[in-house]
Design a protein around this ligand. Sequence first.
Ligand SMILES: [Zn+2]
Length: 417
Amino acid sequence: MLALLILVTVTLTSAHHPGEHFEGDKVFRVHVEDENHISLLHELASTRQMDFWKPDSLTQIKPHSTVDFRIKAEDAVAVEDFLGQNRLQYEVLISNLRSMLEAQFDSRVRATGHSYEKYNQWETIEAWTEQVASENPDLISRSAIGTTFLGNTIYLLKVGKPGSDKPAIFMDCGFHAREWISPAFCQWFVREAVRTYGRERHMTEFLDKLDFYVLPVVNIDGYIYTWTTNRMWRKTRSTKAGSTCIGTDLNRNFAAGWCRIGASTNPCDETYCGSAAESEKETKAVANFIRNHLSSIKAYLTIHSYSQMMLYPYSYDYKLPKNNVELNALAKAAVKELATLHGTSYTYGPGASTIYPAAGGSDDWAYDQGIQYSFTFELRDKGRYGFLLPESQIQPTCEETMLAIKYVTSYVLEHLY
Ligand SMILES: [Zn+2]
C-alpha cells in the first residue's frame, strides 16, 4: 500500500514538469556594490551559463543592487567557489530548483479542470475564455486579435456592460512565459468582475462606465513551452534565419527606443529585441489592437513578475514622462492600497531609475501613443520563490493586486481625457 502511494505521488508530481528537470540547479543572489563586482560577474558569465532572473540580463546590472541568477547543477560548486574567492557577498535563494518546481503545485484545490487558485495550462485557459464569455454574455465578449508564431489564437476578453463610446482600460498578462502568476491574475480579474458586478459598488460602476480589455496570455507559445519542456523559458518560440537560437523578448520588441538600451541584438540572448520593432506576431497583434482603439483606451496595464514593483514610463530613457508627478502620486497611492490587505510592500517609480533601463517595452510604447496612464506591475514575490511562486499564493497575490488595479481604475474614471 505504501509503495503504491509513493508510486502514485511520484507519478503525479513528475507529470507536472516533463522536459528539463533542474535537479540540483541553484539560484543565487549576489550583492553588487561597485563596477568591480559587475566585471567579476561578466567574467563569471563568460565561463558559466547564467540564467538571469533579476535583472533580465548581465548588461542591466547596476552598482548597489542585487542580482538573482540560476546556475546549472554541474556548475554550482565552481560558481560558489568563484563568488567566495572574489569576496562577493551572496545568498543561495534556491538550493535545488527541482524541489521548488514541485512545491509550486501546493494548491489544496482538487479540481482537474480550470481553477482560479491553480496554474492552468494554455488549453485550459483557452477553453475558459470561451466558457466565461458564454456564461456571461451581458458582461463579456471574446474576440481573436491575431495568432502567435506557432499558430495559436490570441484571445481578448472585453469586460463591461454594453454601451456606446465607453472609455476603456487595456490589461495584458503573460508577456514572459515563466511568469506564471501573471496569467493567473488576468483570469482572477475576470472572475472578480463577473462575481462582484451588481453586488459591489465600485466594480458595478466600473463595468457600467468603462470596458476592460483583458488579454489573458500574450506569449502563448512560450507559455505552452514552460509546461511541456522548460519551465524557465521566457521568450517567444519564433525562429529566425541565420540563427539556431529561438525566441524574442516581447517586452523588448515594441517601437519605443527599440533595442537602444537594456536589450540585445543577439538572438541567443534572453533579452533579444527581435529583427525589427514589431517583428513578432504577438507584438503586432497587441500594437494593432491598441492603435485601432486609441480613442477609447485611457490606461494600459501590463502584468509581470517578480519583484513587487509598480513602474511607469520611461524605461528606454532616464527622461521623465510629462505627467510624472501625477503618475508618481497615483502609483504611490495604489501600492499603499495594495499593502492594506497583507502588508505586501511595493516600490514604484519610472522604470529606468526604479528597476533598470530597458528599451522596447510595451508600457513606454503605449504611453508614447498618447495613453497617459501606463503601468507595469511586477507581482510577488521578491525572490524567495521568484518565478516559482506557489499556487497557495495565487489568491492573496491576486486579491491584493485587485486593490491596486481598482484604485487605478477609479482614478482613471475621475480623470478621463
Ligand atoms: Zn516579465
